[in-house]
Design a protein around this ligand. Structure first.
Ligand SMILES: CC(C)(COP(=O)(O)OP(=O)(O)OC[C@H]1O[C@@H](n2cnc3c(N)ncnc32)[C@H](O)[C@@H]1OP(=O)(O)O)[C@@H](O)C(=O)NCCC(=O)NCCS
Length: 215
């Protein structure tokens, strides 16, 4: 494990969510300042997780991949999940998820999710997918699409649990394409958690817009 992270963000930007397994995480919008968190999280991923996420052996994060993953422009939403260490206090990155709007498919965004190995199998991938669906549904996205390696049973399990439509990729037999309904996925979040999440992300978005407005 890497060193504890202390991103020192305003607590009001976080929503406290809990997985079906009882893992409590703090979820907030990703920002362009999350490079340290991103690198710290990447260092804690196994080779298999990196392969499943990037579709290739990925020993290092290139500068262009970092810039791409930190891009949180108007057609992206990124959520990051942080947890605490056993001694309390410092937060560790636990996972992240992003949606990128598809230009040629209005109302559809492509999702990609990563849960750090130490927290896998506890419902966090499922929780982040439901959380992302709730946030993007508010912005008019009705469908989330994904491309997943056919051997990636954990991700296929997440998608199947939301009733996603899975098909072989027409050009690559090693890849499955998935489409899931954001209404169905977001309904998996308990009402209060969904409200807390949307309150936190809307507030963070408003603060971000105000900070970037020309004076
Ligand atoms: C894919 C990933 C996000 C899943 O996150 P997770 O937190 O481990 O998943 P969850 O605990 O929410 O599990 C969801 C379902 O997946 C299935 N699943 C989880 N781990 C599994 C495994 N090792 N083998 C088979 N199925 C598995 C289960 O069916 C589970 O459903 P259940 O609640 O009925 O048990 C995580 O494994 C990961 O980050 N992998 C590396 C990156 C990656 O593959 N990203 C996807 C690219 S689009």
């Amino acid at each position: 494990m890497g060193s504890p992270s202390n991103p020192n963000h305003d607590e009001s930007g976080f929503a406290r969510l809990e997985t079906a397994d009882g893992l409590e995480v703090l979820v907030r919008l990703g920002t362009v300042d999350d490079e340290k968190l991103l690198v710290e999280g990447f260092e804690q991923l196994s080779d298999l997780s990196r392969y499943n996420r990037f579709f290739a052996a990925t020993p290092h994060l290139s500068r262009s991949t970092v810039d791409h993953l930190l891009d949180v422009g108007a057609d992206h939403v990124v959520l990051v999940a942080l947890t605490r260490d056993d001694r309390g206090g410092s937060r560790f990155p636990a996972g992240g998820i992003r949606a990128v709007w598809l230009d040629d498919e209005p109302g559809t965004a492509e999702l990609a999710v990563t849960v750090i190995d130490a927290y896998q199998g506890r419902g966090l991938g499922t929780l982040l997918t439901a959380a992302l669906a709730a946030v993007v549904a508010e912005q008019g996205i009705t469908t989330l699409s994904a491309e997943v390696l056919a051997v990636n049973e954990p991700m296929l399990g997440v998608l199947r649990s939301f009733g996603a439509v899975l098909q072989r990729h027409p050009d690559n037999a090693n890849v499955i394409t998935a489409r899931l309904d954001t209404g169905v996925a977001s309904a998996r979040l308990p009402h209060q958690e969904r409200t807390d999440l949307l309150t936190a992300t809307t507030r963070a978005e408003r603060t971000r817009s105000t900070a970037t407005e020309p004076s």
